[in-house]
Design a protein around this ligand. Structure first.
Ligand code: BGC
Length: 727
């Protein structure tokens, strides 16, 4: 063949013209046709090879499309609280800084707001920024039940309670998806620890499965309309979760009617046939051993899948169904046809939402003699002490890392507010050392504390896997659990040393959950839990400390006094048998407060606990029953002198039942903000579902004819009103 540049140009022009005409014709032909029909037309046009190319990853975060048919690649990105930095196609962190965006508070802080409207706002920011960055799927929310305080990923998750998760997750998903980006709820299911996450086999009763571990996912599917679900790494009852027919097909798709896409966790697939037949639609991951030249054709759902169809071991229909689901979410988010919304990045509106979530998520645990809020003009010198006061956390934690556009550390936040006060800082400890090695740092911190009017200590856990500061024992990171509930790096010693020289101490703990406070809590007047509160976290914290914001966060998990008290240790297995790699959840349905309240174990801070700078009064409960439905109202009044918010929590307590049940369970809640002296009538309705439990002898949800109490409280241990009904 003779190569002639001139003829080639003409040929290209003719081709473009033909292509345009064909596309216009195709468009004309397809307008007015439903997405379902368009999907079937596309599937018919695809070769088997093209189809198989669409059901596995083709780079670190993408999976294949079919260019000639206008089907783009599907671009995913972590993670639950911001759009992850760019890794290119082959896992090379791109340090061009253009990927620094809004860093939202992590999942547990969002849940601590107990404000579903903020779930929606949070999701909208994420969806909008994901879109701006060219992502089609955001790999979040992470909603695994917080079963053990040691799980390294608790910071990414939300709660120990399935109802709280269910209510928060729906808003998050709708927020993301209303921006034409798919949310991907993860990890389905029983990824409740990071220790041996890729090899353990989790066993639990059907009752625990139905009552505790499934409801969040069910709400995500049926109420949130989530587009994608990610399977987890672990096995569930002997079968890998990401290729588990019972989970993916029987429950998710058949029982719940899930129409979207099921993807595996990264490299969570183990067997081609099993995966293909399980209901898994997309195999994601990268064989990291093969970097820098990974061969995605070697994936379990790649070449092997092709030959399994060619040999007649599986039908092409099985592949078609996977394509159908992938195309379904593509049409739903306007990736093919239709006009996608434009995303926005780093707007002040997004930053305001990050601030709002942090302000409502930070929890005031203790405030003896109302030491907080601090009156700025009454304090001359403040000592801020602790590694976390001055550390940026956004790049820590593993896959949920975010390169923040900016991050206001607690120290910066305090300086921003306390402008006329001398604010001095001492690190006090280092995350690479223990108390003995930190002696010098402790000494200078103590010196500073003794010369100050007030000490604010900011410590707790610290995100691991920050690429700039690597520390093996910095916790709250993926793929690792915490060794115990102790404050790491000798912080107990430091806090006690500070208390000795200055008892006016405010302790702020950052991290994914409960830490043992026994060494100093009695002597410490004020404690705040600030989680990882995102890019505006330092401002939010300072605004609370100095009273510009009245705290309204509530614990989404129980804080036990000590690890040995925890149900995963007392009743269940954690981290399980690491020889035969099984974990039995013998703690069953007694997760979190369900355990403490039933077994009468006093927690350090109860589920739902969180103080305010004002006080609330609950009165005038009126119940109206009609059949198995009960409507009730009560009045909540702000009896203090500041505007503030409380979360009215509705628990149901069965008086008698056929099978043992927890003492009480959360069935609804509402966050209510009131001005000083203001009161509001609040109304709730509970239907029969609120009184049912899963009877795993007959495998069915049942309602016992019995007496029930409806408890209205501002924590699981602070019940303000009680009503009785008989069903
Ligand atoms: C994590 C997922 C994450 C994925 C992609 C996995 O290791 O478990 O949560 O979405 O990596 O980064």
């Amino acid at each position: 063949m003779i190569y002639n540049k001139k003829y080639q140009k003409i040929f290209i022009l003719i081709s473009i013209f033909n292509l345009t005409v064909t596309n216009l014709n195709a468009q004309k032909k397809t307008t007015g046709i439903s997405a379902d029909t368009k999907i079937e037309i596309l599937i018919k046009k695809m070769t088997l090879e093209e189809k198989v190319y669409m059901i596995h990853a083709n780079s670190s975060f993408t999976s294949g499309g079919v260019k000639r048919l206008g089907i783009p690649e599907l671009v995913t990105s972590d993670g639950p609280h911001g759009v992850r930095p760019e890794f290119g196609r082959d896992w090379e962190l791109d340090n061009n800084l253009l990927d620094s965006g809004t860093y939202l508070p992590t999942g547990i802080c969002l849940a601590a707001t107990w404000n579903p409207k903020l779930g929606y706002a949070f999701g909208s920011v994420l969806g909008s920024e994901a879109k701006y960055r060219g992502k089609d799927v955001i790999l979040g929310p992470g909603i695994n039940i917080i079963r053990s305080p040691l799980n390294g990923r608790n910071f990414e998750y939300q709660s120990e309670d399935p109802l709280l998760i269910s209510k928060m997750v729906v808003g998050y998903i709708k927020g993301v998806q209303n921006q034409d980006v798919s949310a991907c709820v993860k990890h389905f299911v029983a990824n409740n620890q990071e220790t041996k996450r890729t090899s353990i086999d989790v066993h639990m009763s059907d009752r625990a499965f139905r009552e505790i571990y499934l409801p969040g996912f069910k709400a995500a599917v049926q109420q949130g309309g989530v587009n994608a679900v990610m399977g987890s790494y672990n096995k569930f009852r002997g079968q890998w979760a990401s290729e588990n027919n019972y989970l993916l097909t029987q429950i998710l798709k058949k029982e719940w009617g899930f129409k979207g896409l099921v993807m595996s966790d990264w490299d969570a697939v183990h067997n081609s046939l099993q995966a293909l037949l399980s209901g898994l639609d997309l195999e994601m991951g990268t064989d990291l051993h093969m970097l820098p030249n990974p061969d995605y054709n070697k994936f379990f759902m790649a070449d092997t899948a092709l030959s399994l169809v060619k040999q007649g071991v599986i039908t092409e229909g099985i592949i078609n169904e996977k394509i159908r689901r992938k195309l379904y979410i593509m049409f739903k988010t306007n990736m093919i046809d239709g006009k996608r919304l434009k995303g926005e990045y780093n707007t002040t509106a997004h930053q305001k939402i990050a601030l709002k979530v942090a302000s409502e998520g930070i929890v005031l645990l203790k405030n003896r003699d109302n030491i907080l809020p601090i009156l700025k003009n009454k304090i001359n010198k403040i000592a801020v002490i602790g590694y976390n006061a001055d550390r940026e956390q956004s790049m820590g934690g593993g896959s949920s890392q975010v390169r923040a556009f900016y991050e206001i550390t607690p120290l910066q936040g305090i300086k921003n507010i306390a402008v006329n006060t001398i604010v001095s800082y001492a690190q006090g400890y280092d995350i690479k050392r223990n108390a003995t090695a930190n002696a010098e740092l402790i000494k200078s911190a103590v010196n500073l504390a003794s010369n100050s009017d007030l000490v604010i200590f900011i410590g707790g856990s610290t995100h691991g896997y920050d690429y700039s500061v690597w520390s093996d024992n910095a916790y709250d990171a993926e793929d690792t659990d915490k060794p115990d509930m102790n404050l790491p790096f000798g912080q107990d010693v430091l806090i006690n040393a500070l208390l000795k020289v200055n008892p006016k101490l405010v302790v702020v703990l950052m991290g994914g959950g409960a830490l043992d406070m026994n060494g100093w809590l009695d002597k410490t007047p004020a404690v705040l839990q600030s989680w990882y509160p995102g890019m505006e976290g330092g401002n939010a914290l300072a605004q609370i400390i100095f009273g510009e914001v009245n705290p309204s966060g509530k614990l989404p998990v129980t804080f036990p006094k000590k690890l040995e008290d925890h149900p995963s240790q007392k009743l269940g297995e954690y981290p399980g048998n690491l020889d035969n790699l099984t974990v039995h959840y013998y703690d069953d349905i007694y997760v979190g407060y369900r355990y403490y309240d039933t077994y009468n174990v006093q927690p350090q801070f109860a589920f739902g606990h969180g103080l305010s700078y004002t006080t609330f009064d609950y009165s005038n409960l009126k119940l109206l029953q009609s059949g198995n439905k009960v409507t009730f109202s009560f009045t909540i009044k702000n009896t203090g002198n500041r505007t503030g918010g409380d979360v009215a929590q509705i628990y149901v307590k069965p008086i008698a039942s056929l099978l043992p049940r927890p003492e009480k369970e959360l069935k609804d809640f509402k966050k209510i903000f009131l001005k000083p002296g203001q009161s509001k009538k609040v109304t709730f309705m509970l239907d029969k579902n609120a009184f049912m439990y899963y009877n795993d002898i007959i495998n069915s949800w049942v309602l016992d004819k019995s007496n029930y109490e409806i408890l209205i409280g501002s924590s699981s241990r602070d019940i303000k009103l009680t009503g009785k009904i008989e069903l």
